[in-house]
Design a protein around this ligand. Structure first.
Ligand SMILES: CC(C)(COP(=O)(O)OP(=O)(O)OC[C@H]1O[C@@H](n2cnc3c(N)ncnc32)[C@H](O)[C@@H]1OP(=O)(O)O)[C@@H](O)C(=O)NCCC(=O)NCCS
Length: 287
């Protein structure tokens, strides 16, 4: 993949995920929509950053000079992560995805651990199972948060670039590898709340609507406090999502249920050489 490929890869990704949502989302749900411009910009910024840190992990597939698929991946401290992966709907099921995944996984051949957040596309799941991954189902909680239910949270504060060392240390304790330069990208894209007390440390990045994007903490009590702090940033009229909750993180289900959110399942955390991190809510592409 070259930098000039990235905007096209983003559109390809948006098209393949829209078609996947149309194929798999429950019929009782609102009709899926294509990734909106704000999220598309974040996708492009993240991918350009990966091209700088991990050019060997990012690939495109072309047929007759037309891009039909891509895979982006990164290596952080002996952990390989698949960031994003898609093939145009009309080119799927013909072995293109397999070649892309093989190329991206070559980048992680020296790694001890591997992780990715899998969609529920049976084609994707089949690829990951054949590549040696174990699937851990993901839950998510969704709904609006009644402000009267928010507890008073102490020992948290707004975070900044000065907290990157602390966050890398919590990453190593929870997922076994630091996010390193990915924290710089995340800091530009989201709000950050940090806990740094003798009772526990951790952090949560959340979007403008209070949905957590990545959370790591040294114990469950601190993790729950950080999650409540993210929910406190939500708008009572706008839906918030607590996504990517594995069975190893029941504390997040407890917070979501106390906030009167509805519980669902979607996709898998796919892992090789490691157990589901906890207390931890992974990021969808930087995990
Ligand atoms: C996942 C994805 C990238 C795979 O690309 P692809 O080109 O379709 O992959 P391949 O053709 O190499 O492999 C698909 C496998 O699923 C099988 N398959 C095809 N249709 C299937 C179906 N309806 N159900 C189950 N398996 C199916 C294929 O036979 C193949 O297995 P095989 O190699 O053992 O024969 C692509 O399908 C996609 O973009 N999906 C939507 C977005 C997505 O889910 N991305 C992954 C996010 S984690």
């Amino acid at each position: 993949m070259r930098p000039e490929d990235v905007p096209f890869a983003e559109r390809l990704s948006a098209a393949s995920f829209l078609e996947l949502d149309q194929r798999t989302l429950p019929r009782s749900w609102p009709d899926p929509v294509e990734r909106p411009p704000g999220r598309a910009e974040k996708w492009v910024e993240r991918t350009l950053s990966l091209l700088r840190t991990d050019p060997g992990g990012c690939w495109v597939a072309e047929v007759d000079d037309r891009m039909v698929g891509y895979a982006t991946s990164l290596e952080r401290e002996l952990m390989w992560i698949l960031a994003s992966y898609g093939v145009l709907p009309d080119a799927q099921g013909r072995g293109i995805g397999r070649q892309l995944l093989d190329a991206a996984m070559q980048h992680g051949r020296g790694c001890l651990r591997m992780m990715l957040s899998a969609s529920q596309d049976p084609r994707a799941v089949r690829r990951y199972l054949l590549a040696g991954f174990r699937m851990h189902p993901q839950m998510y909680l969704t709904g609006t948060v009644d402000r009267a239910l928010l507890p008073v949270v102490e020992k948290t504060r707004e975070g900044s670039a000065g907290d990157i060392d602390l966050m890398n240390s919590v990453d190593r304790q929870t997922r076994g590898a630091a996010h390193l330069s990915d924290h710089e990208v995340l800091l530009r894209q989201y709000a950050l709340v940090v806990a740094d007390a003798h009772t526990g440390s951790g952090y949560v990045y959340h979007d403008a609507f209070g949905s957590p994007q990545l959370l790591a903490a040294t114990n469950r009590r601190t993790a729950a406090a950080l999650l409540w702090e993210a929910l406190a940033a939500s708008d009572p009229l706008v839906n918030v999502d607590i996504a990517h909750v594995t069975a190893a993180n029941p504390w997040a289900v407890d917070v979501g249920v106390a906030a009167r959110l509805d519980l669902h399942t979607a996709g898998y955390l796919a892992l090789r050489g490691m157990k589901p991190p906890a207390p931890y809510l992974h990021h969808g592409s930087l995990l």
